[in-house]
Design a protein around this ligand. Structure first.
Ligand code: FEO
Ligand code: CA
Ligand code: CA
Ligand code: CA
Length: 606
């Protein structure tokens, strides 16, 4: 470790930060290279036709890479990471950007256009090999698979088969066609991928016609309202019409699990993890082997949850161990978080100024909602807790957070980190005011919170927490960078996805930069004298959100989601990545250190 002496940068973050900008490009630090790994429309499955923007079809899209890539999971298939499975979510479709100018009428989409939308949702699984030049190359393989809105999913866990989940197409309440609005996710220790169904509400029509007060309140709490849906899907499949299929919305808003190792496997929706606008789901193994899943509900004033399995994780990749581990999320206890501050309420004045003890911090507890078939919430059956989790959590005094996004455990220090992206309504008239865990009125730039479970045990029901970053322009007084000198950090706004490198540095991608420049990817050490030293690693093109991310020893992957959003096909504000006058295409990008990959190509200094 002597060679670390005198080093001013933390391992894994030895790069010159990229300055804020509005370039229509992925801008990376000097000394790094980049390449597009896969674009919207690129072939995934056997027989996929070449992408033809002017003549897209649902049959082609169902075999091609979907739209608006979000989460990226990279699962090495060998110890060197030469061969990998890459799993990517396709969160949503931007129809006005997906068809040539003048051919898509938002009020009257054609059936084929709607079916293209269904096929462009879901996930892609591809095999990807390291390119000797440094990047990652998608290859044809038996693993390559598209999962769309027409792929069969199995509902599992305590609410599967419930009357609340039955429809005319599925009287068993156990089989759902497809997944939508898959936002972030996580790779499990057993090699599968968990993916969160987030803003599922926007696809459903006619919630406004429901008059039964209980049903109407359930719809309202999940953001279902109004008449026609934005995409008009209800015209071509009645399941998107709440007036005709009142339970179909209850079949979305779950964490789904995909086994990329078995292209014939039936994906699963896990009811034991509750139903809300799941941003993501990430696993940590507790000391006794129980599996803990953290997940945020991305809505202003919504909650942070965790699930603790009943059974214990089995090590190894044998078929027996994998089958066992894939059943662990079927049974356990679902909790919601309450954060309590340790400073006098009067010192949390909404300005972002630190309280007298120098930290936004305190204690917390996990409040149980249900365990297996047993409900802990008065007035709710266990099935109701799982299907209407938000309403159950409202009853037990959980802490209303500033839009909980990705949550992940740090593999080095064991603490849990959650991105709270923003909440412009915090402290507004008629809305919840500030508390120590959400300390800024009209929180435009978001914050990042960390906690340590009691005794370092992920299954514990108590924890201690503190805020790592209060994001924004470091030149303003209402920001905080873990105590690091603010004149040395990159501005950061609207943290969304989080990941860790092998050194335990936190990497944060952003969505909706409120500081006037493009979104991007940042690194920040969380321990030692560099704690809070935020540096910007890259920026994404105009209109895009930075997603993914994956950070390995010698490779960074980001998903560039919705480049050009805000533009139109006639006047796209972005022509990335193909340039010229092409339409923008959401794509996954690889970044690596110049030169051959391997030890010399590491992102960090090692
Ligand atoms: Fe799809 Fe909460 O971001
Ligand atoms: Ca405090
Ligand atoms: Ca997100
Ligand atoms: Ca993540």
């Amino acid at each position: 470790k002597g060679r670390d002496k005198g080093r001013r940068t933390v391992p894994g973050t030895d790069y010159e930060p990229v300055a804020p900008n509005t370039a229509d490009a992925v801008v990376i630090p000097d000394g790094y290279e980049q390449d597009v790994v896969i674009r919207w429309g690129d072939p995934v499955e056997w027989g996929a036709p070449r992408f033809d923007f002017a003549n897209q079809s649902a049959a082609a899209q169902a075999k091609q890479f979907g739209y608006n890539c979000d989460f990226v999971g990279l699962i090495p298939q060998d110890p060197l990471g030469w061969r990998n499975l890459m799993v990517v979510n396709h969160e949503y479709t931007s129809e006005t950007m997906m068809f040539p100018a003048g051919t898509y009428d938002p009020d009257n989409p054609t059936e084929e256009q709607v079916r293209i939308g269904w096929a462009a949702h879901g996930l892609s699984v591809v095999q990807a090999i390291r390119d000797p030049r440094g990047g990652l190359r998608v290859v044809p393989s038996r693993y390559n698979r598209r999962i769309t809105l027409e792929t069969e999913f199995e509902l599992r866990g305590p609410a599967a088969g419930s009357d609340l989940l039955k429809t005319s197409a599925d009287p068993t309440g156990r089989t759902v066609l497809g997944t939508q609005n898959n936002c972030a996710g996580g790779v499990t220790p057993w090699g599968t991928v968990l993916s969160g169904e987030e803003n599922f509400n926007q696809y459903f029509a006619n919630a406004g016609t429901v008059t039964d007060p209980v049903a109407a309140e359930r719809l309202r709490r999940y953001g279902l309202s109004g008449a026609a849906s934005r995409r008009r899907w209800e015209r071509y499949d009645k399941r998107w019409d709440v007036a005709q299929e009142p339970n179909e919305p209850n079949r979305f808003g779950w964490v789904v699990e995909i086994d990329p190792n078995d292209p014939n496997s039936k994906p699963v929706k896990h009811t034991a993890l509750g139903r809300f606008k799941h941003e993501a789901a990430n696993v940590k193994i507790a000391k006794d082997g129980r599996v803990v899943v953290y997940s945020g509900d991305d809505e202003r004033f919504d909650y942070i949850y965790k699930f603790v399995s009943k059974g214990r994780y089995k090590k190894g990749r044998s078929a027996h161990a994998r089958r066992h581990n894939m059943s662990l999320l079927d049974d356990g206890t679902l909790y919601v978080a309450r954060f309590t501050g340790d400073s006098p309420a009067g010192e949390i004045d909404g300005s972002g100024t630190l309280p007298a003890d120098g930290e936004f911090d305190g204690r917390g507890e996990w409040i149980p909602l249900a365990s297996g078939d047993r409900s802990f919430v008065p007035g709710f059956t266990a099935e109701e807790v799982y299907v209407f989790t938000r309403l159950a959590a409202d009853k037990v005094g959980a802490t209303k957070m500033d839009r909980p996004e990705d949550i992940e455990a740090n593999p080095v220090n064991g603490r849990i980190y959650a991105a709270l992206t923003n909440n412009s309504d915090r402290g507004a008239a008629g809305k919840a005011g500030v508390d120590e865990a959400n300390p800024r009125v009209g929180n435009r730039n978001g914050h990042v919170i960390e906690w340590e479970e009691e005794r370092g045990d992920a299954a514990a029901t108590r924890f201690s927490w503190r805020i790592l970053l209060v994001c924004g322009d470091p030149a303003t007084a209402d920001t905080y960078f873990g105590g690091f000198p603010k004149d040395q950090v990159s501005p950061i706004s609207c943290p969304d996805n989080v990941a860790f490198d092998r050194y335990g540095n936190l990497w944060i991608s952003t969505d909706g930069n409120n500081l006037g420049s493009n979104d991007g990817l940042f690194s920040v050490p969380v321990q030692g004298p560099e704690r809070g030293h935020v540096k910007q690693f890259l920026t994404v093109p105009v209109g895009a959100e930075a997603c993914g991310p994956v950070v390995t020893d010698d490779l960074v992957l980001v998903a560039v989601q919705h480049p050009g959003e805000g533009g139109t096909p006639a006047d796209p504000e972005s022509h990335w990545p193909d340039g010229g006058d092409t339409q923008p295409r959401p794509s996954v990008v690889a970044v690596w250190k110049e030169g051959r990959w391997g030890r010399s190509g590491r992102i960090g200094v090692d």
